[in-house]
Design a protein around this ligand. Structure first.
Ligand code: NAD
Ligand code: DAU
Length: 338
């Protein structure tokens, strides 16, 4: 079985590459990644010599390269993670989000439609549904209308619609997964949880947007990997599956939990100007995926403790990241506040 994983040098794709090589040692895994600021291969050091692991450096929006790759290889599955993924960057500079997330996905779909693949699994996000209010009884289901609010989520919703259209028009066998916020090892330190851990460890102020009352629904990345595995092998062709573990927390709760666990002072919390168009709340109903047999294994308390420990044990990985181009990004993103 040949599996093409796009974005396998990033956070979730990288964890999924490891998951697949461990669980299916007989599968051949092709990790295609352009190695943008968010991609790094140091996380794959120990699998480099595995004969069933191959790395391809390529841009999914390079039509010629992608078509040529599919002409030369027969992939059974395409699991498509590659994307620009950070909402704040999409607010500052939407163009690359359209190029990678929309055009890049369409090029992959074009290549896949002529390649008689078994399935194309598109990794999407709950953000395509827009936002919920604070009524705890409301959830996103697969039937919720798409109402994306940021350039990032609009680009992901556009790619979802293209994936759907290639299924309807060309019979391309597809699934779409829409997951809530992930956390865990190798989470890039521009996102709330690793940002808080890395800054608190350095005794630096932790920026909380607005009042910190916005709610996200957190899922451990290993539970997300297991969900994708299930959808890949057992999902009904053409269907969408929501993924989420009912771990709703306000951003302020998340930051306070991490600061407490690290034994630091809450004086590190710095309330800053709110994100433009900041979605209030996300909460996922994953009943459909549970009917397929999926259950999350991590509760948030255990998962966040293990994640904090991972960041303590792997300082070299994130310290290298935050000392590079990240500094320029951080100053530009937060300079008005610090
Ligand atoms: P990430 O930013 O950590 O990784 C993205 C990867 O894609 C990087 O390795 C990057 O180098 C690669 N990439 C970017 N542009 C590329 C291009 N043009 N060609 C080839 N590779 C390219 O992202 P992530 O957080 O791991 O998210 C992965 C996917 O999961 C995304 O599609 C995202 O929308 C989706 N998702 C993320 C979350 C989350 O909480 N992080 C939740 C739900 C869904
Ligand atoms: O819901 C799934 C989505 O989760 C994915 O599709 C995205 O790729 C992923 O980045 C994530 O998006 P969010 O915008 O929810 O994640 P982020 O970590 O950027 O922010 C989480 C919350 O924390 C959000 O309400 C904004 C807030 N926040 C974030 C940052 C970076 C802060 O308060 N301060 C910050 O400095």
């Amino acid at each position: 079985m040949k599996v093409l994983i796009t974005g396998g040098a990033g956070f979730i794709g990288g964890n999924f590459v490891h998951y697949m090589l461990n669980k299916y040692p007989q599968y051949e895994i092709f990790n295609l990644d352009y190695l943008t600021y968010a991609g790094d291969l140091t996380k794959h050091k120990e699998i480099e010599k595995n004969n069933n692991y191959h790395f391809i450096k390529a841009d999914i929006s390079d039509h010629e390269v992608i078509i040529d790759l599919f002409n030369k290889n027969h992939f059974d599955y395409v699991i498509h993670f590659a994307a620009e993924s950070h909402v704040d960057r999409s607010i500052a500079d939407p163009g690359i989000f359209i190029q990678t997330n929309v055009r890049g996905t369409q090029i992959l779909l074009d290549a896949a439609k002529n390649a008689s693949i078994t399935k194309f699994v598109h990794i999407s996000t709950d953000e395509v549904y827009g936002e919920l209010d604070f009524d705890p009884d409301t959830f996103f289901t697969e039937e919720t209308h798409l109402q994306p609010n940021s350039p990032y989520s609009a680009s992901k919703a556009s790619s979802d619609l293209l994936v759907r259209a290639y299924h309807e028009t060309y019979n391309l066998p597809i699934n779409i997964t829409r997951c809530s916020n992930n956390y865990g090892p190798y989470h890039f330190p521009e996102k709330l949880i690793p940002l808080t851990i890395s800054r608190a460890l350095n005794d630096e102020k932790v920026p909380v947007y607005g009042t910190g009352e916005n709610v996200r629904d957190w899922l451990h990345v290993y539970d997300h990997c297991a969900a994708i595995d299930l959808v890949m092998h057992q999902g009904v062709i053409g269907d969408v599956y929501n993924v989420g573990g009912h771990n709703e927390r306000t951003n302020l709760d998340i930051v306070k939990t991490i600061i407490k666990e690290l034994g630091k002072s809450e004086e590190l919390i710095q309330f800053v100007q709110d994100r433009l168009g900041h979605d209030k709340r996300y909460a996922i109903d994953s009943t459909k995926l549970k009917k397929l047999g999926w259950r999350p294994e991590y509760n948030f308390e255990t998962g966040i403790s293990q994640t904090i420990k991972w960041y303590l044990d792997n300082e070299k990985w994130w310290k290298e990241i935050i000392s590079g181009e990240y500094q320029t990004y951080f100053e530009k993103q937060y300079k008005i506040h610090f």
